[in-house]
Write a new protein. Structure first.
Length: 371
C-alpha cells in the first residue's frame, strides 16, 4: 500500500494539510493510510521514542552551550525537529545508509553515535565527527543539497548489486530550490533508485521563510518527478515513523524512490552564528512552542496512563549522563598539528598536494621567525 496523499490543492504552507496520528494536544486520531505502519507500536515503544527525543534535546542544548563557551566553532541546533529525526531514523533497517545535512544530530544519535561523535567535527578536529562506515551515515554535508546526489549515486549502486538496502537523504526546505536536489530526484525516478528523500520543512532557510521559497507545498512537487510522496506533521513522531516505514517499504520493494515532507519548525537559531530575532516574530515561535513534539508525546502517554515519574527521572538522568560524557570528550580532545590536515587526502603521494603542504608549512614557519 502506498499513501499517495499528495498533491495538495492549496498554495498555503499550512500545517493542517499534513498527515498526522497525534493531534498537537496528544490525542490519537484515526489515519487509515498511516495507521497500519505503526500498528505494532505499544506503550513501551512510545516511551522509548519519548526518551530518544528527550536525550536528543539535551545533546542539542549541550552543543549550544559548548559553542557559547568557546569549545566548538559552530553548532546547528535541531530543537523542535526531534520528532522528525527520531521518528524517521528509528524506522531504518541496520543496513540502510543515510546521507544527512549538518542538522541531523538526531539521526546520528539514532544510528548509535558515541558522545564525542557529536562535537568532533564542529570543533574542527576531523572532517567527520563519526565513523561513516560504523554508523552507516555519510559525513554531515554542509553544501546545501549535495548529499541528495550522493544518496542517489549510492542507491544506483545498491540496485546494481541487488543489495537489500535503502539510501536515505535528509535535507531542508531551502535545499529544495537547489539544482542538485532536483537533479537527484530526476535521476532517482528515471532509474528507480532505492532512495528515500526526507525534506525537513522547518519553515526557514536561515532568514528566508518557506512561503517565499515555495509557492506550493513541497511534497506536492515530488509526483511531478514521478515520485510518490507524503506530507506529514513533523512534530508527530508516530506519523513520521509511519511515513518513513511506508517510504522504506516502497524503496526496498524495487519500485523506486519515495519522498517525505515533514512539516516542523526550527525553534532555535539557524546556527549559533545566527540571531533569529532579527527576522522572525516572537509570536510565531510561541505558536510552535505549543506544538512541541516532546510535549505532544508526553500528553499522549499521560492520557494513556503510561508516563510514570520513574520513566521521567530515568530519562532525565540518561540525558544528563550523555551530555556530561559529550562535554568530557570534547574538552579532552587533542588537536592535531595543522599540517595533519593534508594526511589521508590521497592514498598515494600527490605532487599538487605536496606543493600545497610545503607552502602551508612555510606560511606557518613565517610566524615562528617573527616571534
Ligand atoms: C550550495 C550552498 N549554498 C549556500 C549555502 C549557505 N547556506 C547554509 S545553510 C543555508 C540554508 C539552508 O536552509 P534549509 O535547506 O531549509 O535547511 P535548514 O538549515 O533549515 O535545516 C544556506 C543558504 C551553502 N551551505 N551551500
Ligand atoms: Mg529549513
Amino acid at each position: 500500500m502506498s499513501p499517495q496523499i499528495t498533491p495538495i490543492a492549496d498554495t498555503a504552507q499550512d500545517l493542517e494539510l499534513s498527515e498526522r496520528i497525534l493531534t498537537p494536544d496528544g490525542q490519537r486520531v484515526a489515519n487509515p493510510q498511516l495507521d497500519p505502519y505503526v500498528a505494532d507500536v505499544d506503550a513501551a515503544q512510545l516511551r522509548a521514542l519519548h526518551r530518544d527525543m528527550m536525550v536528543l534535546r539535551r545533546i542539542d542544548a549541550e552543543g549550544v552551550a559548548l559553542q557559547r563557551q568557546g569549545q566548538l566553532g559552530l553548532w546547528a541546533p535541531c530543537q523542535g525537529q526531534e520528532a522528525t529525526q527520531i521518528g524517521t531514523a528509528r524506522a531504518l533497517a541496520p543496513q540502510d545508509y543515510v546521507f544527512p545535512s549538518y542538522r541531523e544530530t538526531g539521526v546520528i544519535y539514532a544510528r548509535g553515535a558515541e558522545p564525542g561523535d557529536y562535537v568532533r567535527m564542529w570543533r574542527g578536529e576531523e572532517g567527520a565527527g563519526h565513523d561513516p562506515e560504523a554508523l552507516r551515515v555519510a559525513p554531515l554535508q554542509i553544501i546545501i543539497g549535495a548529499q541528495t546526489l550522493h544518496a542517489v549515486g549510492y542507491a544506483l549502486g545498491i540496485r546494481h548489486d541487488g543489495a537489500d538496502e535503502v539510501a536515505v537523504t535528509y535535507f531542508g526546505d531551502g535545499a529544495t530550490s537547489q539544482g542538485d536536489v532536483n537533479e537527484a530526484m530526476i535521476f532517482a525516478a528515471s532509474y528507480q533508485a532505492p532512495v528515500v528523500f526526507v525534506c525537513q520543512n522547518n519553515h526557514w532557510a536561515i532568514s528566508e521563510p518557506v512561503a517565499v521559497q515555495s509557492q506550493y507545498p513541497i511534497a506536492g512537487r515530488a509526483p511531478g518527478f514521478g515520485i510518490p510522496s507524503v506530507r506529514v506533521d513533523g512534530n508527530d513522531v508516530l506519523a513520521c515513523m509511519a511515513a518513513m516505514r511506508w517510504a522504506l517499504d516502497h524503496a526496498r520493494s524495487g519500485t523506486g524512490p519515495a519522498y517525505i515532507e515533514a512539516v516542523t519548525y526550527r525553534m532555535g537559531p539557524h546556527t549559533t552564528a545566527d540571531d533569529p530575532t532579527r527576522y522572525r516574530d516572537a509570536e510565531e515561535l510561541e505558536s510552535w512552542r505549543r506544538r512541541d513534539p516532546i510535549a505532544r508525546l508526553e500528553a499522549h502517554l499521560r492520557a494513556l496512563g503510561e508516563l510514570s515519574e520513574e520513566h521521567l527521572a530515568e530519562t532525565q538522568a540518561a540525558a544528563d549522563d550523555i551530555a556530561r560524557r559529550m562535554r568530557a570528550e570534547c574538552l579532552g580532545m587533542v588537536t592535531r598539528p595543522p599540517l595533519a590536515v593534508f594526511d589521508g587526502v590521497y592514498a598515494e603521494p600527490h605532487s599538487g598536494l605536496e606543493r600545497q603542504r610545503d607552502e602551508y608549512a612555510a606560511y606557518l614557519a613565517s610566524f615562528e621567525s617573527e616571534a
